[in-house]
Design a protein around this ligand. Structure first.
Ligand SMILES: NC(=O)C1=CN([C@@H]2O[C@H](COP(=O)(O)OP(=O)(O)OC[C@H]3O[C@@H](n4cnc5c(N)ncnc54)[C@H](O)[C@@H]3O)[C@@H](O)[C@H]2O)C=CC1
Ligand SMILES: O=C(O)CCC(=O)C(=O)O
Length: 525
């Protein structure tokens, strides 16, 4: 019989479901070393946010088929390590949405009316009515950073409280924001104009310290900040300083850079409310996430696909086998075109060409959408939810198939319309299986994708390539390869450069100032 280790406390209904197919051991509070000792016996691991699934744990789990996170964020699991080991990682993308949104709203109202302090005062036999003068949220600006599932629900409820919602989410269309009654603004404006700011973004390298000393300095002195997303999105030390100096009015935190919260000056501040990562802690959410994840673990142990795998597509093995090399191609092209078009795309045209123009190549469309959304949703987007996510974000996906062949037996052409205009790319595979970008904005090129890329649209004229090379050199950026594509001599052309180093800040705008350069884009693949 299969064995499942449940390493954090989950609702008993989850254990019941798992017990249908496996022996279930609930062992909470184990250290990493203790988990490493016992994990080789287990086929599945189920956890919440307390267990940190490190690379060492993953590598010790020689029998592990699946790791289930009873919640949304998988930042406590080394997903790349699990993927390398062929372990499916699943989560519950929606099970605790309402709970987390309601916690953020409760934190906002508690802050504005001093509920925790007033409660303590009455319990200490005091009656301090003048000490707890609050502030109304009605007609105030609420800045919502991250307008995904939780952020959207917060926005909806806050609107009914009479608040004006300013939202920042580079991956959400204006139409979707309009539907929610939110005004999409840039982060600068959101920070400057908000009376309350609530964070609902995943923890990524982009969101790490999204709020820090510099950004806090731009906020109103009356602003109150709520963080029910992840610790580390706010620079805790900078926040403490801003609260201590009265630079901002208050903060309510459910999540921390270190959990459980250790020694911290936060505990001494009267303008701060702290909760111990309770966002998902409602009876309903705990049942929801436990059922959602336990069912997926049960299914995978029975050899069935998982519905919310964050790292492995839930495709049937035979389709997967046939399309595998092209899935990566479609995903890379989706990622590339999303970065060229700007995050907020409202349409994606997918043209499957040559031998890919068949009915069962549908997963390639999904893979292209997954790539398109990967900048916004990271590991949260998968082959199962990509199409729904695109629909919810107001992205129109148009598929066409063209069986005629050109230089390659099969190729994928994508065109996306986003905040930086309409851009297109085509990609194909060499006989070795390597990916080539064969067309950019209808200009023929032939370059492999690489980690750091620079694309320019320019006028084909003598000296321009040298100028770009010299400019990059003066910033110590090494060029790995370079290609130019043009249709007519001295007409419009594109340049595609693979770089060994990321482009330093400010260099892109210098490039666009070079005479003859019309546009320049950096891309990370
Ligand atoms: N405190 C708690 O107990 C809980 C915390 N969470 C946290 O809340 C986060 C959000 O959850 P959901 O709304 O379900 O996720 P979601 O994926 O539906 O929404 C996240 C949104 O953030 C946006 N985003 C990504 N990068 C961004 C950036 N750099 N700037 C602005 N927006 C960006 C995405 O476009 C997306 O719309 C989760 O990642 C998790 O870390 C979730 C549940 C419970
Ligand atoms: O398991 C929990 O209570 C935390 C939930 C959470 O942070 C998440 O779902 O991302």
């Amino acid at each position: 019989m299969a064995k499942v280790l449940v390493s954090d406390s989950i609702d008993p209904v989850g254990v019941e479901i798992l017990s249908q197919v496996a022996q279930v051991d609930v062992k909470t509070g184990l250290s990493a070393e203790e988990i490493i000792q016992i994990i080789p016996e287990y086929d599945a691991l189920m956890l919440r946010s307390s267990t940190r699934v490190t690379k060492e744990i993953v590598e010790a789990g020689s029998k592990l088929q699946i790791i289930g996170r009873a919640g949304v964020g998988v930042d406590n699991i080394d997903v790349p390590a699990a993927t390398r080991q062929g372990i499916i990682v699943v989560n519950s993308p929606e099970g605790n949405t309402i709970a987390a949104a309601e916690h953020a709203l409760a934190m906002m109202l508690s802050l504005s009316r001093h509920i925790p302090d007033a409660n303590q005062s009455v319990k200490a036999n005091k009656w301090e009515r003048n000490r707890f003068i609050g502030t109304e949220v009605y007609k105030k600006n609420l800045g919502v950073v991250g307008l995904g599932k939780i952020g959207s629900h917060v926005a909806k409820v806050a609107r009914s409280l009479g608040m004006k919602i300013l939202a920042y989410d580079p991956f959400i269309s204006k139409e979707r924001a309009d539907q929610l009654g939110c005004t999409l603004v840039d982060l600068e404006l959101l920070f400057a104009e908000s009376d309350f700011i609530t964070l609902h973004v995943p923890k990524t390298s982009e969101t790490q310290h999204l709020i820090g000393r510099e950004t806090l300095a731009k906020m109103k002195p009356t602003v109150r900040i709520i963080n029910c997303s992840r610790g580390g999105i706010i620079d805790e030390l900078a926040l403490i300083e801003a609260l201590e100096s009265g630079r901002i009015a208050g903060a309510a935190l459910d999540v921390f850079e270190q959990e459980p919260l250790g020694e911290s000056r936060l505990r001494e501040l009267s303008n701060v409310i702290l909760t111990p990562h309770l966002g998902a802690s409602t009876t309903e959410a705990q049942v929801g996430v436990a059922v959602d994840v336990a069912e997926q673990i049960r299914d995978v142990l029975l050899g069935l696909p998982a519905r919310s795998a964050v790292n492995i597509p839930g495709l049937t093995p035979d389709v997967m086998e046939k399309l595998r090399p092209y899935l990566q191609l479609a995903e890379t092209m989706g990622n590339l075109v999303s970065q060229l078009a700007g995050g907020r795309c409202d349409s994606l045209n997918v043209r499957l060409q040559g031998e890919l123009a068949t009915k069962d190549s549908q997963p390639l469309v999904v893979a292209a959408i997954k790539g398109l959304l990967s900048q916004a949703l990271r590991e949260r987007v998968n082959y199962v939810n990509a199409a729904i996510e695109a629909k919810e974000r107001g992205i129109r996906v148009i598929e066409t198939r063209d069986a005629s062949t050109r230089d390659y037996s099969g190729s994928i052409h994508l065109e996306a319309n986003g905040s930086m205009g309409t851009h297109s790319v085509t990609g194909a595979l060499l006989s070795t299986g390597e990916i080539r970008i064969t067309d950019l904005d209808e200009f023929p090129i032939n370059v492999p994708p690489s980690n750091h890329m620079l694309f320019t649209l320019h006028q084909d004229m003598p000296g321009i390539i040298g100028k770009i090379g010299a400019l990059l050199g003066s910033f110590n950026v090494n060029i790995a390869s370079m290609q130019v594509g043009r249709k007519i001599i001295r007409g419009d052309a594109v340049m595609a450069l693979s770089l060994d180093d990321p482009l330093p800040e400010g260099l892109l705008s210098e490039i666009t100032k070079v005479p003859g350069i019309r546009d320049a884009y950096t891309v990370k693949l």
